[in-house]
Design a protein around this ligand. Sequence first.
Ligand SMILES: [Zn+2]
Length: 437
Amino acid sequence: MKRRQALKQLSGAGVALLTLGRAEIAWGASIVAVRMWPSPDYSRVTIESDAALTYTETFVPDPPRLAVDIQNMSLNPALKELVSKVVPDDPNIAGVRVGQFSSTVVRLVFDLKQPVNPQVFSLNPIAPYQNRLVFDLYPVAAVDPLEQLIAQRLKQLENSVAAAADPLGDLLAERGLSAPVKSQPPKAQAAAKPQKTDRIIVVTLDPGHGGEDPGAIGPGGTYEKDVVLQIALKLRDRINQTTVNGNPLRAFMTRDADYFVPLQSRVKKALRVDSDLLISIHADAFYTPRPQGASIFALSTKGATSAAARWMASKENAADLVGGANQEIKDTQVSQAIIDMSTTAQIKDSLRLGDAMLGELGRIGNLHKPRVEQAGFAVLKAPDVPSVLVETAFISNPDEEKRLRSDAYQTQVADALLKGIKRYFESNPPLARSRQI
Ligand SMILES: [Zn+2]
């Protein structure tokens, strides 16, 4: 109650201040934009400004809320916009209050739905952004990728009559889990016991970029992050209906919506669900409109196979800078371990997978490079997991941008990649699982 009264007084003060006019409040930074990115992993709030912001933050556990004071700032329409940007199904944020706390300080209060580990950090300007102040609110009870895999599968089953034949129970048993988090649809219960299968193959699909990171932007304004997600969702549906030599395939998405996942988190997620493959899906871009065609990359531990491949890897590895990963918490020990554990055998398998996919992509369109190239892509470093990065087409080429947007081409790409995956497993049957998770 007390707080509410205080805020009421604060907003009164804000109005008074705003009437002073521009000249008196011309200090500090101007807000360029505010953005919110709710997701199952974490909820993010970004405040973009034309100069770095000075701030202090306080987390209050009961009821859970995060208060942030921004210095040398007056309440303005852009900040007020935050209030209306909270969506009802944000897993973490219940609401935002914005007020003029003192003549020089704006206070933001995020009311939270559950206890969170807040990470507040600022990012230096990098195209296409100016200075950013980022609040990442991670639920204290973090979402386990394995549960995400099950939830993704159940969501799909709810809309599917093919539910009866789904060996989800086997998948769970194989990974040491018993019951699904939600009860299965009645159809599944009424059906006969699913056929015993040899082995469930998990294919991790990694749509590049997301959230703050649009990826490459086409001349017509198409975002790479959007088209690669659409292609990945199509491929997911196909994978989930596929069986190779009696082994059912199941897709796991590192993201299935528009939010940013740091590169290392993508790798960790793939490892957590004990992936048999990782396929990172992207769209290429160049400074000029002419380059075209699809290409596929695998990891290299000893230098890139070409200057272009090296350039591509450094471009894709910069995703964390644009997408905004908190560099301070980067677990350098883990990342170094991951790099060291990538093996020659894994890379050999990645090249086989890439070859199979490239052959199929060549049937539906142009290839930019006739063979799989190699470079040090951070997202391809999951130890023991054959991993490739697919550049589906050049989004910077106006014709290919149009194709990337079209349902027909997205379907063709998904079909081609699935054929490549099947061909790979037909000649490289999955081994018995050796890793325990
Ligand atoms: Zn990309």
